[in-house]
Design a protein around this ligand. Structure first.
Ligand code: FAD
Length: 512
C-alpha cells in the first residue's frame, strides 16, 4: 500500500495550488521540490547579499477562485495594484490605469475607452474557460460536449456584432489591432506589450498575441498589474502555508530523479518516484509541475511512451526569449519625468522598436536595442534591499535561448551593458547607483530553475499549443498516456503566468 495518495513534483505556485486542493479533498499528499525554497520562478532570489528580487515580478490575473478557495488572505497574501507606465525620452510618459489612459493625445484617450471596453467584453466571455478542463477533440462524453456548448454559447452571448469582431481580431497581429485604434507610437507599443511578453511573437507576428492579451485581461483587475504586499515571495509563503494547513507535506531540497513506472494490464502505470539521493517513494498518483520535456523525457523515459507522443513532446516549442536583469542600487533610481518609480515601466518607444529587437533575436542574435519592462520592487517592500537602497528588476526582450555561438560570460556582459545603456537613456544617474548587476539568459534560467528553454510558459503559448492542444494531444486534459501520471504546471491549459489555474484544474481532474 502506498504511503501517499499523490506525489506532486515541484513546489512552484501551480504545484502548491494542486497539492492544496488535493489535501483539502482528503488526500495524503507529498510535494517534492528540488530547490531549497518554494515558489519556482516566483521565489525570492538574493542575487547579492542583502538585495532580493524574483524572476517573476508582477501579477496580473492570479485566480480569484484559488485565492478564495485556499484562504490565501488568511495566510498573509494581499495584492497592491501598480500602474503601467510607458517611458518617453522627453519625460512625457504614458500611463495606463484602471481609470483610463493618460499622457497621450485626446484622440487616443477617447479611443482607449472603447478599446478597453471591447477587450474587456471579450476577456469576460473567455474567462470561464481558463479555469476549465478543455474537452478532448472528437470526444462524445457529456462533460466535453457541455464545455463545447458552453464555449459556443458564451461567444454567441456576445451578440452578433461583437462575435464577428471577436472572430476578426482573435488572430490579428497586435500591430494591426493597435493601428486600428491609436495614433501615438508609444501608446501602441505599451498596449501591445501584454500580448507579447514571454513569447516568441512581435507586433507583426500572427498566431495568437491577441488571445494571449485576452488571457491576461481576464483577471479580476481587468489586466491591471499588482505586486504582493511584502514582495513576490509572499505568494509562495501563503501558498506553502495553505498547502501545509490543508495537511500536505512539502519537502524542499528533494529533487526527483525518476518517475517510477510499473505495468498494469492496461499499460504503463506510474507508482512513485526516486529522488536523486536514491530514496524511492510510492504513491497512487504522480503529478508533475515540471515542464513536459523534463517530465516525459528526463524523468519518465521515452521507453514508456509511444513514438507519436514522444515526437510531439520533442517538437514542442519551448525556447525562452526573455532575459532577466537585476540591479542592486545604492539609491532610488530617478527616471526623468517620474517621481517614485512605483509602477511597471515599459521601455519600448514604438512597435517597430519591439519588432527590431525581435528580428535580432529570431536569428539567434542579441538585440542591439533591447525593449523591456521594469519594476523596482523595493519601493513596495523596503526589506528587499538595505535601508535606503533599492533593487531593480527588468524583463528584457528578446533574448534567445539558442544564442548563435552559445551563452558565455561575454554574451551575458553584452546584454547587461545594452540593458543598462537602454535604462540610462531614461534614468541618467543609474550607472553611478549600481552596486551589483546580474543578467540571466534563458539558458541560465533553465539551469537554475529547472525549466526547459527557460520559457516563461514552459511551452510557447500560441495557437498550435493552446486550449485543447496544450501542451499537446494526449496530455491536454492533465492526464497523460501513462496511467497515474498527470501534469499541473504552466505547460498545461490555460498557460503560464502566476495564475494557479493549471494547478487547480489538474487537481479537479485527479479527483474526478
Ligand atoms: C524571465 C521570466 C519572467 C517572468 N515574469 C513573470 C511575471 O512578472 N508575472 C507573471 O505572472 N509571470 C511571469 N513569468 C511566468 C511565470 O513565472 C511562470 O509561468 C510560472 O512561474 C509557472 O509556474 P509553475 O508553478 O507552473 O512552474 P515553476 O514556477 O517553473 O515551478 C516548477 C517547480 O518545479 C520544480 N522542479 C522541476 N523539476 C523538478 C524535479 N525533478 N524535482 C523536484 N522539483 C522539480 C522547480 O524547481 C520549480 O520550483 C515569468 C517567467 C520568466 C521565465
Amino acid at each position: 500500500m502506498s504511503q501517499y495518495d499523490t506525489i506532486v513534483i515541484g513546489a512552484g505556485h501551480n504545484g502548491l495550488v494542486c497539492a492544496a486542493y488535493l489535501a483539502r479533498a482528503g488526500q495524503n499528499v507529498l510535494v517534492l521540490e528540488a530547490a531549497e525554497a518554494p515558489g519556482g520562478l516566483a521565489q525570492y532570489r538574493e542575487f547579492h547579499p542583502g538585495y532580493t528580487a524574483s524572476i517573476a515580478h508582477s501579477i496580473s490575473h492570479f485566480s480569484s477562485s484559488v485565492q478564495a478557495d485556499l484562504g490565501l488572505a488568511d495566510h498573509g497574501f494581499a495584492l497592491q495594484a501598480i500602474d503601467t507606465v510607458g517611458l518617453r525620452n522627453s519625460g512625457e510618459h504614458v500611463a495606463v490605469r484602471a481609470d483610463g489612459l493618460s499622457g497621450g493625445n485626446d484622440a487616443d484617450a477617447a479611443a482607449y475607452a472603447s478599446y478597453a471596453s471591447l477587450m474587456q467584453r471579450f476577456a469576460a466571455a473567455l474567462a470561464p474557460f481558463w479555469e476549465k478542463t478543455m474537452p478532448r477533440i472528437g470526444s462524445s462524453k457529456a462533460a466535453d460536449l457541455l464545455t463545447f456548448a458552453h464555449m459556443g454559447l458564451k461567444l454567441r452571448g456576445l451578440g452578433k456584432d461583437d462575435m464577428r469582431e471577436f472572430m476578426r481580431i482573435a488572430s490579428l497581429p497586435m500591430r494591426d489591432l493597435a493601428d486600428e485604434f491609436f495614433e501615438d507610437d508609444l501608446v501602441k507599443a505599451v498596449l501591445c506589450w501584454d500580448g507579447l511578453i514571454g513569447s516568441k511573437m512581435a507586433p507583426r507576428s500572427p498566431n495568437g498575441a491577441v488571445l494571449a492579451l485576452l488571457y491576461r485581461l481576464s483577471g479580476a483587475s481587468g489586466g491591471g498589474h499588482a505586486v504582493p504586499v511584502g514582495g513576490m515571495g509572499k505568494l509562495a509563503d501563503a501558498l506553502l502555508a495553505a498547502t501545509e494547513a490543508a495537511g500536505a507535506t512539502v519537502r524542499l531540497g528533494a529533487a526527483v530523479e525518476r518517475i517510477d513506472v510499473g505495468h498494469a494490464e492496461t499499460g504503463p502505470l506510474a507508482h512513485g518516484v526516486t529522488l536523486t539521493d536514491g530514496t524511492t517513494i510510492e504513491a497512487g498518483n504522480v503529478i508533475s509541475s515540471a515542464d513536459p520535456r523534463r517530465t516525459f523525457i528526463d524523468l519518465l523515459g521515452v521507453e514508456h511512451l509511444d513514438i507519436g507522443f514522444t515526437n510531439r513532446i520533442r517538437r514542442l516549442r519551448c525556447d525562452g526569449f526573455v532575459g532577466k536583469l537585476h540591479l542592486a542600487l545604492s539609491d532610488a533610481p530617478e527616471f526623468d519625468g517620474l517621481g517614485q518609480p512605483e509602477g511597471r515601466m515599459i521601455i519600448a518607444p514604438e512597435m517597430d522598436a519591439i519588432e527590431f529587437a525581435f528580428d535580432d533575436a529570431k536569428y539567434g542574435g542579441l538585440p542591439e536595442h533591447p525593449v523591456m519592462e521594469i519594476v523596482v520592487p523595493s519601493v513596495h517592500d523596503p526589506a528587499l534591499a538595505p535601508a535606503g537602497q533599492h533593487v531593480l528588476s527588468a524583463h528584457v526582450m528578446y533574448v534567445p535561448y539558442a544564442l548563435k555561438g552559445g551563452w558565455n560570460d561575454a554574451a551575458r556582459s553584452t546584454m547587461l551593458e545594452r540593458s543598462v545603456e537602454t535604462i540610462a537613456a531614461y534614468a541618467p544617474g543609474i550607472r553611478e547607483e549600481i552596486v551589483f548587476a546580474e543578467f540571466l539568459s534563458p539558458a541560465d534560467i533553465e539551469r537554475e530553475y529547472g525549466v526547459t528553454g527557460g520559457h516563461w510558459h514552459h511551452a510557447e503559448f500560441v495557437m498550435d499549443q493552446m486550449l485543447m492542444m496544450r501542451p499537446t494531444f494526449g496530455a491536454a486534459q492533465y492526464a497523460t498516456p501513462v496511467a497515474g501520471l498527470y501534469l499541473c504546471g504552466a505547460s498545461c491549459h490555460p498557460a503560464g503566468d502566476l495564475v494557479g489555474a493549471a494547478g487547480r484544474n489538474a487537481a479537479k481532474e485527479v479527483l474526478r
